[in-house]
Design a binder for this molecule. Structure first.
Ligand code: OAD
Length: 242
């Protein structure tokens, strides 16, 4: 595949908009499509507030297993390219739908996690939040006695307004928008490529498969993230941090 390298200094601000396909080559399954999480589990049973109220232990077990799976994976070269670019360019940000924390583990500093994080718990009763480290133990219940829920956006939950505002600010200022590995099916995130386009950013899609929002991008590379990102930004090399 022909990939035209980009010169980061040609752009004032760069936003990487990432989804599950970004981490697929790290070994973390995507949600939809072959082997997808939602082909094996019903989100109605493990990823919504109603399920948590009905059977908290089942929901917490699902998320405990996800954490174990993610903790065993490492950021891939795509995450590393993005993190290294931030060291070379003053305005790089990541707006991610992923809850796996791999952008942070790769060394990215400006990461907006639209759907929260597997690595944070929240008490629905007193609002307390608890950060957790991959590999370390953590409680199922808050000090107040309530079950602690993962601080992630489940089906039916609203996104945090501060997070949306931060994402919109990034989009408003960017002139290069690089989408990596999202099916563009979950809103409001699915609307972000349109926002970037309206703001005049040059936009790229990196995804082996086209989807409904693919026509919104100026250019598409139909190949996996780890094949495209290093060739798109050949000037960037960074130390491996996992
Ligand atoms: P999906 O599972 O819906 O889509 C993953 C996308 O990644 C698909 O378009 C694949 O073609 C693409 N893909 C697969 N492997 C790839 C690779 N190696 N390189 C590049 N692309 C690849 O995941 P999302 O779009 O992220 O919500 O899903 C959005 C939200 O739906 C998720 O954040 C999650 C889910 O329910 C929450 O967790 C709250």
């Amino acid at each position: 595949m022909d990939i035209t390298p980009l010169q980061p200094s040609d752009y004032r601000a760069i936003v990487f908009f990432t989804g599950a396909g970004m981490s697929a080559e790290s070994g973390i399954p995507t949600y939809r499509g072959k082997g997808g999480i939602w082909t094996k589990y019903r989100w109605e049973e493990v990823a919504c507030e109603k399920a948590f109220r009905r059977d908290p232990e089942k929901v917490l077990t699902f998320h405990r297993e996800r954490r174990l799976g993610v903790a065993a994976c490492k950021p891939n070269v795509g995450h590393q390219v993005i993190a290294a670019l931030e060291q070379q360019h003053p305005q790089v940000s990541v707006v991610t739908q992923n809850i796996d924390g791999l952008h942070n583990r790769a060394g990215s500093g400006r990461v907006i996690e639209l759907h929260g994080s597997l690595w944070r718990l929240r008490c629905p009763s007193d609002g307390r939040r608890l950060e957790i480290e991959p590999g370390s133990d953590y409680p199922d219940r808050c000090e107040c006695g309530a079950w602690l829920r993962p601080d992630i956006v489940w089906f039916g939950d609203s996104l945090d307004q501060n997070v949306i505002t931060a994402a919109m600010e990034s989009l408003a200022g960017c002139d290069l928008f690089v989408s990596v590995g999202t099916s563009g099916t979950v809103w409001p995130a699915a609307g972000f490529p349109q926002v970037a386009r309206q703001n005049g950013a040059y936009s790229l899609e990196i995804n082996p498969e086209a989807n409904e929002i693919s026509p919104l991008y100026d250019q598409a590379y139909r190949a996996p993230a780890t094949q495209v990102l290093p060739r798109l930004f050949p000037s960037v090399t960074g130390p491996v941090r996992a």
